[in-house]
Design a protein. Sequence first.
Length: 180
Amino acid sequence: MSRRRAALLPAVLAFAGFLLVGPCALGRDTEEQLSQRIHTEQNPVKKAKEEVKLSSFKLARVQDAYSQGHFEDGVKALSVFMDTLQAARKTLHDSGRKAAKHSEGYRELEIALREDVRALKDLERVVDYFNRTPLEHAVKDMEQMQGELIHELFPGGPSRKDKESLPPDSPGVRNPPEAR
């Protein structure tokens, strides 16, 4: 009797594993499904969110190409990745929504940009100097886009760069008590 149980145990565990993992695997979107939804989506916020998700697939291609030493393919994938992010940005901009009042979509794009900048900077560290330039340009463009998004999300006050350039006694800058 114990031999039967021992023989059945792997089959039962495999079936239980399939039941646990199956629904999770079915819930993941493929690149093709995302592309199809982007083309059919009418809501600009949902469309931009799908474009942000699609950009993560494109970033994975960039990382794979660079890590395997296929720098020409990496540059092409980087261009496609940047086009996807810019499409999401354009979709949100063309929607006419004000980011400060209706931040949905803008927040997701800003967070994705922040994470993607970190990922590309990490990739820069492992890529040799002569193949690093496209990554540096992409990071610079993404940081600029991120700064614009933050300014749209939080209008009014001076930007972080403006605060750094203000003299210490300016009203927009907090001074520590000992500096007053």
